[in-house]
Design a protein around this ligand. Structure first.
Ligand SMILES: [Zn+2]
Ligand SMILES: [Zn+2]
Length: 148
């Protein structure tokens, strides 16, 4: 019997916010966009995106949300500043930052996005799928999630 779905548990630096994520994918996605870089101080390493309801939050009173664009908000711990997740509002999805979790060995970076905004010092070793910002925007538009 193979059940690839699992519940990941993690927490912010200070421990005020703890998260559980129902996650079947072993993929780590890295975003190189300028917004993620400013937000996190470097490339943003995230778990595979899940539905908002697949993320359990303990310590919700410490979660601060920042509306970073018309279609998304970013959440962080108001006590220690740890980045928690990116929420795509029209889709109701959350992309949770990977560093909050002690992930098993089978997790690996499989995709890098906004590679056209990647600075020279943020290149990763190894082959992954790479997508540019215009490609990501075109996919989001095709899915009806954002408008130009
Ligand atoms: Zn914290
Ligand atoms: Zn980004």
């Amino acid at each position: 019997m193979t059940d690839t779905s699992s519940t990941l548990t993690g927490h912010c630096l200070c421990g005020a916010v703890a998260l559980t994520v129902q996650q079947a994918s072993r993929d780590i996605e890295v975003c190189h966009c300028e917004m993620c870089r400013k937000w996190s101080g470097g490339p943003l390493f995230c778990l595979h995106t899940v539905a908002e309801g697949d993320v359990g939050v303990t310590g919700e009173e410490h979660v601060v949300r920042y509306r970073s664009s018309d279609w998304a908000e970013r959440a962080f711990c108001g006590r220690c500043g740890s980045n928690l997740w990116y929420q795509l509002l029209p889709a109701g999805t959350r992309t949770v930052t990977a560093g909050l979790f002690d992930l098993p060995q089978d997790f690996a970076v499989t995709q890098q996005i906004f590679v056209d905004e990647r600075p020279h010092w943020a290149r990763l070793a190894g082959e992954t799928v790479e997508k540019t910002g215009p490609q990501i925007h075109a996919e989001a538009e095709a899915a009806g999630l954002v408008t130009k």
